[in-house]
Design a protein around this ligand. Structure first.
Ligand code: ATP
Ligand code: MG
Length: 307
């Protein structure tokens, strides 16, 4: 598959001596949605800013479509759209003018149809004549997206696109991001909402303390690091797990009404049939069984704690 972005051995030490990025290596494929997850201060915004030419890396190399961003700054910058984490759209200008102006900044000829299309896709068409100051926070964020798309970039960065956006609007935003992907735009987004990454991303990267600790297809990540939990609803409340079941390391809930077993779903012999046989011989009966795959959130916490 074609690579649209490649980051090689990138380091960033800020003026105060703080190292925000440590030897980052990352390849982004054309057309994918890549979610970058990481706790506050992990280095997500620094990495995006370095790629967009807003922060000077200390060393390393960044290639966009095969071109070094230092050697071909203008050329590579026009391929990139950025929706920054901090909104900066407190202006009296109407939506329509602002978005068209942004396009002009990149030296592109006006294209009313294109701008109309993105405003419609972002459900901003009805607000095109409104001054940006009068819009709600979620709408302002969508104006930022329209601005970032105004020059028809191939690679779009969304730094926490749904921070402070309500549940319904978040779902709208997810659909809009998928729509952008269908238009052929490659998307890199950061988020603290892990369900968002789970919903949207093809691939996930986790960054912690300036280091990328994992990049993986979403499905593989969940398969590889995820564990499954089997929960039994017991017929009778018990106080303790019988001694003869010690080897299973079972968890009893506080009420004594549920017992659970955590296992690796990727191995052939996960022990379940033996466990059920052992439960029967220990005289433990149950009325229901559920299994649950661990969520991306649980995996994420586990990865960050390990690193
Ligand atoms: N201009 C700066 N000078 C010194 N340190 C900085 C500067 N900008 C960021 N940092 C530090 O670099 C680290 C990474 O910050 P960054 O903004 O990249 O994190 P982030 O992953 O985007 O966090 P968040 O989820 O809170 O947005 C933080 O410790 C931050 O304090
Ligand atoms: Mg940030």
């Amino acid at each position: 598959m074609d690579t649209i972005l490649s980051v090689k051995n990138l380091n960033k030490v800020y003026a105060d001596g703080f190292q925000a990025l440590k030897n980052i290596n990352l390849e982004i494929r054309k057309g994918e949605i890549f979610a970058l997850l990481g706790p506050n201060g992990a280095g997500k915004t620094t990495l995006i800013s370095a790629i967009c030419g807003l922060v000077n890396p200390t060393d390393g190399q960044i290639l966009v479509n095969g071109h070094d961003i230092n050697e071909n700054f203008r050329q590579t910058r026009t391929l990139i759209g950025l929706v920054p984490q901090e909104l900066c759209v407190e202006t009296f200008e109407p939506v329509w003018d602002t978005v068209n102006f942004s396009r002009g900044l990149f030296g592109l000829a006006p294209n009313r149809e294109y701008v109309e299309d993105i405003l419609k896709k972002l459900t901003l068409w009805d607000k095109r004549k409104s001054r940006i100051l009068t819009l709600s926070g979620g709408m302002k964020r969508r104006v930022m997206i329209a601005k970032a798309l105004s020059h028809e970039p191939q690679l779009l960065f969304l730094d926490e696109p749904t921070a402070g956006v309500d549940v319904e609007l978040r779902k709208d935003m997810w659909n809009q991001v998928k729509e952008l992907k269908n238009m052929g735009v490659t998307i890199i987004l950061t988020t603290h909402y892990i369900d968002e990454a789970e919903q949207m991303a093809d691939r996930i990267g986790v960054i912690n303390k300036g280091e990328i600790i994992v990049t993986e297809n979403k499905k593989d990540l969940m398969h590889q690091f995820g564990r499954k939990k089997l929960t039994l609803d017991l017929n009778v409340v018990i106080k303790v797990v019988p001694k003869q079941l010690d080897q299973w390391d079972l968890n009893l809930n506080e009420e004594g009404s549920q017992m659970s077993y955590s296992y690796d779903a990727s191995v052939e012999d996960n022990g379940i049939s033996q466990l059920l046989a052992d439960l029967a011989s220990a005289g433990i009966s149950y009325k229901d069984i559920q299994t649950k795959q661990s969520s991306l959130e649980e995996i994420f916490i586990q990865l960050v704690n390990q690193s």
